[in-house]
Write a protein that binds this ligand. Sequence first.
Ligand SMILES: C[C@H](C[C@H]1O[C@@H](n2cnc3c(N)ncnc32)[C@H](O)[C@@H]1O)NC(=O)c1cc(-c2ccc(F)cc2)cc(O)c1O
Ligand SMILES: [Mg+2]
Length: 221
Amino acid sequence: TRSSRPQRMLAHVKRHAARGDPQSVIDAIDYFCRHKEWAMNVGDEKGTILDSVVCEVSPGAVLELGTYCGYSTMRIARLLAPGARLITLEFNPANAAVARQVIAWAGLEHKVQLVEGSSGDLIPQMREKFGIDSFDLVFLDHWKDWYLPDTRLMEELGLLHKGSVLLADNVICPGAPEYLAYVRSSPRYDSRYFKSHLEYTYVEDGLEKSVFPGASAGSRP
Ligand SMILES: C[C@H](C[C@H]1O[C@@H](n2cnc3c(N)ncnc32)[C@H](O)[C@@H]1O)NC(=O)c1cc(-c2ccc(F)cc2)cc(O)c1O
Ligand SMILES: [Mg+2]
């Protein structure tokens, strides 16, 4: 049967990127998406904003929702300190299979735990299955109407601590209006919008960075 776009992207990586060189894998995917076939990676423009937030937070524990082909997984993992961990969740098995190979080609598999399944099912298992107490950084890039329920779930499970940072892709395109309204209005978050463009296009999009000041915030009279 005909190959999928993620499979063609992986073939392009294997042909043009150097094993063990994350930047060359990132560059190969950006080239493929800009000059051959558009794909929904966070991309190079929003990717530099993601990089700057990762460097600023220098997280010990990161959660990514929506791996897709592993592009943002690599952008984050390549910047992590030794011993820091990135858990990424992907519920489409075909996408997960491509992402595993992309991450391995970049030589980052020892920093990344890719788990197949739905965020709604897996987030409640973070402690028992992965020994994670809380996350310093969460990158939300899965179904856009799951951003809010999953954020509420992480709050309720105590997976966010004072200073935890939520970084959400696509808050304009395709858009996550309920999530935006929540993080921008809730006294529980200090939220800031980083204006950019939809990956590989001139359409407006951006990232919303929301810092969780702590469970006590917003509950004081
Ligand atoms: C949702 C996808 C990304 C991946 O997320 C996995 N996923 C989902 N829900 C869950 C879950 N609940 N748990 C775990 N994984 C989960 C899925 O299988 C995809 O592989 N991302 C997008 O749809 C996306 C779309 C666009 C886009 C923009 C303009 C257009 F004209 C067309 C498309 C841009 C972007 O930047 C995106 O990020
Ligand atoms: Mg996205």
